[in-house]
Design a protein around this ligand. Structure first.
Ligand code: NAD
Length: 356
């Protein structure tokens, strides 16, 4: 099969880790007889330098014309003084909106070989966990009405959380469908004891749940969920959240795995085209040193094969090669503990390729 992949390398370690993922994709193409055709586009700081804006129209058009998009990371101190509307990170929000991506899927699991890098107590880490956060991506407070005004106590600012039934229905369906392919359990996060938007969220999720009788549904307040995630993450299978709650909980969930350089994410809409990216940023502190861990981006490429192209065997092959590499004790600096020897970005990629 032939697929057009838009590569948005971005800034910092972005180019280094995307190139590692391309090497893995190329080997998959060779083994399984596919053709991946790459087109490269600028976004973030690199685009500001070239075009004066973080998300040029050319990048949007190129991504829209592709079968899927693989992104590295954007941002860095060089662009910190840009005005808010022109900051590199705006490129990600803009791409999600332009591609109509309303779902963010963020798996967080503990890799058995890395259990000693987990930040939780050893007895909790030993139980293991494998959850996925299904986060609504284009609604809620990040997109609601906002402003500054004069209030009774002087100047004030406000942001508004607003969700339509349609927005809640479509993300809830994704969560239940995801659960059907996993352990058939959804925990829906809200703050229904306080927020009206959360009460609509809860009612709507309950209605959608009736179409998925095999899936168990539990509601959890967001403050409790933040606590349960560190107390017993093995409790969770699929976690369904609004935009802001998902933003916060998914960072917490990723951090408890102890390995930010390991976690992939995908953003999807109503077509098969997705945006796949590691959850970490552009890591300016290690840029150019050749030591970035490429695994999150390589696993993001595997998610692309699975979710956008339906190539499950090929995605399994990449995930198995990564697991085998870790089981064989190969470590980049971010996941090494107790003085273990480490490899750089290129060597880690070589080791994974050797196990494909
Ligand atoms: P970061 O994720 O870039 O880095 C946090 C820490 O994790 C750093 O010490 C870094 O060296 C390390 N790290 C991250 N990825 C790693 C990898 N693959 N291998 C080894 N170590 C890794 O977060 P930050 O420092 O808060 O942000 C840096 C820049 O990235 C900022 O400009 C921020 O806005 C941007 N950012 C972009 C995205 C994105 O593009 N989606 C996400 C988060 C942050």
């Amino acid at each position: 099969m032939k697929y057009n992949i838009a590569l948005v390398r971005g800034d910092g370690i972005g180019p280094e880790i995307v190139d590692s993922a391309v090497r893995v994709l190329d080997k998959i193409a060779d083994i399984y007889g596919h053709e991946f055709i790459y087109s490269s586009y600028l976004a973030g700081g690199a685009a500001i330098d070239e075009f004066g804006v973080p998300l040029p129209q050319e990048t949007i058009d190129g991504c829209l014309a592709s079968d899927s998009v693989l992104l590295g990371a954007v941002g860095g101190p060089k662009w910190d003084d840009q005005p808010p509307a022109n900051r590199p990170e705006r490129a990600i929000l803009g791409l999600r909106a332009a591609l109509g991506l309303f779902t963010n899927l963020r798996p967080a699991k503990i890799f058995p070989a890395l259990a000693n890098a987990c930040t939780l107590r050893p007895d909790i880490a030993a139980r293991g966990f494998d959850l996925v956060i299904v986060r609504e991506l284009t609604g809620g407070i990040y997109f609601g009405e906002r402003g500054r005004r004069e209030g009774a106590n002087g100047p004030e600012a406000y942001d508004t959380e607003c969700y339509s039934v349609m927005e809640i229905e479509r993300i809830a369906k994704v969560a239940f469908e995801t659960a059907m392919k996993r352990r058939k359990s959804v925990v829906s996060i809200d703050k229904a004891n306080v927020l009206e938007s959360s009460r609509l969220w809860r009612e709507t999720v309950e209605r959608i749940a009736k179409d998925f009788p095999e899936v168990s549904l539990e509601h959890m307040y967001v403050d409790n969920a933040a606590m349960q995630l560190v107390r017993d993450p093995s409790h969770f299978d699929v976690v369904l959240t609004s935009n802001i709650f998902g933003d916060i909980l998914s960072d917490e969930a990723s951090q408890i795995t102890g390995s930010i350089g390991m976690l992939a994410s995908s953003s999807l809409g109503s077509t098969s085209r997705g945006l796949y990216e590691p959850i970490h940023g552009s890591a300016p502190d290690i840029t150019g040193k050749g030591i970035a861990n490429p695994i999150a981006t390589i696993l993001s490429a595997a998610m692309m094969l699975r979710f956008s192209f339906g190539l499950n065997v090929e995605a399994d092959a990449i995930e198995n090669a990564v697991n085998q590499t870790l089981n064989d004790g190969i470590r980049s600096a971010d996941i090494a503990v107790n003085g273990q020897p480490t490899v750089g970005t290129a060597e880690m990629t070589d080791e994974i390729l050797a196990r494909l």
